[in-house]
Design a protein around this ligand. Structure first.
Ligand SMILES: Cc1cc2nc3c(=O)[nH]c(=O)nc-3n(C[C@H](O)[C@H](O)[C@H](O)COP(=O)(O)OP(=O)(O)OC[C@H]3O[C@@H](n4cnc5c(N)ncnc54)[C@H](O)[C@@H]3O)c2cc1C
Length: 439
């Protein structure tokens, strides 16, 4: 019999998953608390643009929608580091200049995946429906609309409702022993704008991810197709110099003049943006299990929200959709086994990504500013060129391959161990030679 799914949340992963399930011929009702993004609704209240890379693109390719989506994207070929004296250093992402990540607007990506789902007549999308509770045992979702409450009953409910998932909260309430952990960074983020130049062109290098690393905090900027850049300031919430202590126009201006002198002349709306745009928080969420019998499953941020510093949260959520679809392929008549296989393939990797993402915050805000970082990147690229397919830098494995995150992290540790031991060995030999030459 045709399986019937109730999906909660038509964000990035919800739209894509609905398309995967629709293609499989399943009956899908997708409920989203917000209005239709095609009616000008701003999606999710999160970043305006994001970086899509190999894992995300692969998941889009399976549905034949990667090309149409990527035509709106801007390639970013490396990091452009802005130091305090306004000097620029470009560090390519990979030894292969064709490897790049892609800046894409969240709204256009969201719209594209929802449209892809709606190409299947067996997928129905219901906007302005907020899920307030799920009865796990009966796979019934309770929804609130402008016109009152209603229930949605299918064979299973899938929670694709993001980091603050109502579906996950229902699991917490109804599954004894459900493990849940959330941890917030001491940093928040605020989005700011660099508008296009008068002629509509980009005011900085277009094909780069710009970083202003300032040790304990940083600003980044990603290009948009309209010639603008969306900047994101990641800064401590509290402390002597922080969001909490920088309120007046004068304080904001002084902070930016001191820290980002080359960006300030490009940001005419800085003070208004700073005041008007909300300060977001950065959360890591780990939980388990991600499913309940054959009745309920979590996908994307609902299962594993990570901080954004590896640019992988959405890519990982898209990879979830692909893996869940493969699990349905492997167990077409046993939904519980399909959920179990999906969970066992993804959990370790989501945990590894959470750690990698926090680690990359330190790398981006602090280490990218140092010469040692640039030398290490060059050494990485040299080793990758010398030992193709054998030595792969961690960033390359995470961003440009589909090697599972946990495996990539283990392999990087091993490679680092070998490289550092080799360098230490060479240092000892060089010292011994010098000692012999001197004496
Ligand atoms: C500042 C920032 C920058 C980022 N940059 C990147 C990046 O460059 N690359 C990358 O890969 N990832 C990035 N991410 C992570 C990425 O945004 C998330 O991983 C991704 O959005 C997860 O998709 P999702 O569909 O699981 O959740 P969401 O996109 O959050 O979608 C959840 C959907 O569920 C809906 N919903 C929520 N509750 C309910 C309810 N009760 N009832 C009905 N609907 C509901 C919401 O309205 C929303 O539409 C970034 C995140 C942040 C915060």
């Amino acid at each position: 019999m045709k399986q019937r799914f109730t999906l909660i949340g038509s964000g990035l992963a919800g739209g894509l998953l609905a398309a995967y399930l629709g293609r499989r011929g399943y009956d899908v009702d997708l409920y989203e608390r917000r209005a239709d993004p095609r009616e000008g609704n701003i999606v999710g209240g999160r970043s305006i643009n994001l970086a899509v890379s190999t894992r995300g693109i692969h998941a889009l390719e399976q549905l034949g929608i990667a090309d149409e989506i990527l035509q709106h994207a801007i390639p970013m070929r490396g990091r452009m580091i802005h130091d305090k004296s306004a000097e620029l250093h470009f560090s390519p992402y990979d030894v292969d200049p064709n490897k790049h990540i892609n800046s894409i607007g969240r709204a256009s990506l969201n719209t594209a995946v929802i449209a892809a789902a709606q190409r299947y007549p067996n997928v129905r999308v219901h906007f302005n429906h907020r899920c307030i509770h799920v009865d796990l045992h009966e796979a019934v979702a309770y929804l609130e609309t402008e016109n009152g409450q209603l229930t949605a009953k299918g064979d299973a409910v899938i929670g694709v409702d993001g980091a603050f998932s109502a579906v996950r909260q229902s699991m917490q309430m109804q599954i004894s022993g459900f493990a849940y952990d959330e941890s917030y960074l001491a940093h928040g983020y605020k989005e700011l704008t660099i508008p296009p130049a008068r002629d509509g062109s980009w005011q900085m290098e277009k094909e780069a991810l710009h970083i202003w690393p300032r040790k304990s905090f940083m600003m980044i900027a990603l290009p948009n197709p309209d010639g603008s850049f969306t900047c994101t300031l990641f800064w401590e919430f509290e402390g002597p110099r922080s969001f909490a202590t920088t309120k007046t126009d004068e304080e904001v201006r002084r902070f930016f003049d001191e820290e980002f002198p080359d960006a300030v002349p490009l940001m005419p709306t800085l003070l208004d943006d700073f005041k008007q745009n909300a300060t977001g928080s950065l959360v890591t969420i780990r939980c388990e299990p991600w499913y309940y019998r054959d009745k309920l499953c979590l996908v994307g941020d609902a299962a594993h929200a990570v901080v954004p510093f590896y640019g992988q949260g959405m890519n990982a959520a898209f990879e979830d959709c692909f893996v869940l679809d493969e699990s349905f392929e492997n167990f077409p008549d046993d939904r519980e086994r399909a959920f179990a296989e999906y969970f066992s393939r993804r959990k370790e990797n989501a945990d590894a990504l959470a750690d990698l993402a926090i680690g990359n915050f330190i790398e981006m805000r602090d280490k990218t500013a140092s010469k040692i970082f640039r030398v290490k990147k060059k050494l990485d690229h040299m080793l990758e060129a010398l030992f193709p397919g054998i030595y792969l830098p961690l960033y390359t494995m995470v961003t440009f391959t589909r090697i599972p995150y946990a495996q990539a992290a283990r392999r990087a540790r091993l490679q680092d161990g070998i490289v550092y031991s080799g360098l230490a060995f060479l240092l000892v030999i060089a010292t011994a030679i010098m000692v012999r030459l001197i004496f």
